[in-house]
Design a protein. Sequence first.
Length: 431
Amino acid sequence: MRKEWSTLALLFALMLVLTACSQSSAISEPSDPKQANQLEIFSWWTGAGEEAGLQALLKVFTEKHPDIAVVNAAAAGGAGTNFKTVLATRIQKNKPPDTFQVHGGAELNEQWVAAGKMEPLNDLFTQQGWMDKFPASLVQMVSKDGKIYSIPVNVHRSNVLWYNKKVFDQYGLKPPATFDDFFKAADTLKAKGITPLALGDKEPWAATHLFESVLAGTLGPIDYNKLWSGHVHFDDPRIKLAFDTYKKMLTYVNQDHANHNWQDSVQMVGKGEAAMTVMGDWAKGYLSNDLELKLNQDFGFAPAPNTKGIFIAVTDTFGLPKGAKHPLATKKFLEVIGSAEAQDAFNPIKGSIPARLDADVNKYDEYGKTTIEDFKKDFITPSLAHGSAAPQGFVAQCNQLIHTFVAQGDVPSALTALKQAATANHIGSKK
Ligand code: BGC
């Protein structure tokens, strides 16, 4: 797989250099000097587990550019729950922020780039000498038709099982590698009166998040990827198996899951009220920084059941929307977030790994170091719940149908709804 990537990377780099040469830059700053030195950054990184990393990133930026006033315009809600609606309205009204958080993959390319809303950034990439500083797989996720449209600041891993170390030690349990191991451990915990699996799906994406790990676990990484490219069909029996397995898993979750958000479910594990949860590694930022718990003493990590060797990747990126009021200040911000210095200030706090290949591994704890290695050797697959695998319309319909499934447990209806959503959004049929 690495070989295929390197040939692809060479071809891809050549295409991007050619595109950069032919690109013209018609960007200028507002003539009103009062407007010039501002920068509105729009993200959903606010509150517990989210804000500390952003503050570290902004600190690096303001140290370098004290003359630029940052407007931190965050909209609360995990995975961009509220942010995405606000952003869509602003872009529709031609009032975009100067830069905004966007996931690499379909969310960037099929929603904003395809609609002609983003400026290409190949010139920045070449000026900064970044072509060999980011993995080709990531550059591809932020590119369309040879043009690069955003700068990845990190890579989060979606398919992580977080577990309470003391509870596991007390009952002589090991992190479950397979679905069978998971159900055995869950039975032991249930018999002891401990909630085996914490879920907080008040924001429906969290239920899709758990489902995507189960789906990757039943399909395996190659066929999980082929599902999004149309080479595995939505009536594949392993998709039914994913819903069956998910349904069984849901019998081990906290009853009040619909009243809680992702931080609550992670906190349940941190406090030992539940033994495990499947959440992206922003959970580590929350466990370590907000709850002040210790990795490998209070909590441990492992790949979600049946996903060893699979890395479901979520990359947070920032770009330059067309019509942004302060494009030059935005480019300065993008320059900073693409630097190793800023990535190494942000990611150890955020729980993610740096997008750059030359970051300083010594700045990362054991989780970070392990994840940096896994990202090099594992099979990389895009996240569905976080908008990289498929366009936003499909993700929204999946959130809806999985939300209904969690409440009703009707596998045939969920399968029908999934197939309908795939057809409606041309998943698999256009490639
Ligand atoms: C983002 C993370 C964020 C998480 C929870 C994900 O979609 O990529 O940066 O921490 O949502 O809000």
